[in-house]
Design a protein around this ligand. Structure first.
Ligand SMILES: [Zn+2]
Ligand SMILES: [Zn+2]
Length: 288
């Protein structure tokens, strides 16, 4: 999990069982950022995560909480595909603003990939002409500005250069976890969830996973609230990770820590002493 350098033709050396070094060449790496939600007084990225938006290879977003706030100008030109895992506000907060910002200059629509249930929620509750315009019915001089691409859970679909499989996870609204691959690098995203099954079945039947991004929202002292709002605490996450039967060498990045309890949750996560588990830093570029 090195910091991003030049992601072209990176070479990995893997120790094959009982033999010399096996040499694997990757043509490219997959690059992921958790976008910052807030800046400190000096304009530097704050470590707290208030909103959820990941950007993959400057091109595809997973959720859109901070998408209008924290993309670079270059990324604003290249991110046109957004997968929405569920319609909670921390995952879609600035999605309408992002499309509004780009309205006049789009030469292709912003594509929103989601289950039909999530699309219905966005249409009824956000893009409903009251909260914001229904962009799916609007176009500029060159192109429609927004298009829904519904997907079904359990069926692989294509998003730009990536293959994605979504499965239901256990949250208080319909929510999907994701497996995202470019056929060399594979990343699993839990999204918001409490103890769940299909996600681990998907992970366990995947031959190789490079990284798991999984939530740990509340401290152990708030286990009751975590249970009713369907989130993990460090203790329940530890138990849950036992369901991952393979991938002992996977990088585990914890995300979605509630900002108010961040210090406590981070201390409890560190105390678990799970190898290769760390807290994902907003603004940092990770690649595999
Ligand atoms: Zn949620
Ligand atoms: Zn959330």
């Amino acid at each position: 999990m090195p910091l991003s350098g030049s992601p072209v033709a990176q070479k990995d050396f893997i120790l094959a069982p009982g033999s010399a070094l096996r040499h694997r060449t990757r043509n490219r790496l997959v690059k992921i950022q958790l976008l910052p939600s807030t800046l400190d007084v000096k304009g530097q990225t704050s470590p707290e995560q208030r909103l959820t938006c990941y950007v993959i290879d400057d091109r595809v977003a997973v959720d859109a909480g901070s998408i209008a706030i924290s993309l670079t100008n270059e990324q604003r030109e290249t991110v046109r595909d957004i997968i929405v895992t569920h319609p909670h506000m921390d995952h879609i907060a600035s999605l309408p603003i992002f499309i509004d910002d780009l309205f006049g200059e789009l030469t292709e629509p912003i594509r929103i990939y989601a289950t039909q249930e999530v699309i219905d929620a966005l249409e009824n509750d956000i893009f409903n002409w009251t909260i914001y315009p229904r962009f799916s019915e609007l176009r500029n001089e060159k192109s429609p500005v927004m298009e829904y691409v519904p997907f079904r859970v359990g069926e692989e679909f294509r998003v730009a250069h990536l293959h994605v499989t979504a499965v239901n996870v256990n949250h208080i609204v319909p929510t999907v976890g994701l497996l995202v691959t470019d056929n060399e690098t594979t990343i699993a995203f839990s999204s918001d969830t409490a103890e769940t099954e299909e996600f681990w079945q998907l992970v366990n039947r995947t031959p190789h996973i490079d990284a798991l991004l999984i939530e740990a929202s509340f401290p152990d002292s708030m286990a009751k609230l975590a249970e009713v709002s369907r989130h993990f605490t460090p203790a329940s996450l530890k138990k849950e990770l036992r369901k991952m039967k393979k991938h002992k060498d996977v990088d585990i990045l914890t995300v979605h820590i509630k900002p108010t309890y961040r210090e406590q949750v981070v201390a409890e996560l560190n105390a678990l002493k799970i190898p290769k588990l760390s807290v994902m830093e907003p603004g940092r570029t990770y690649d595999w």
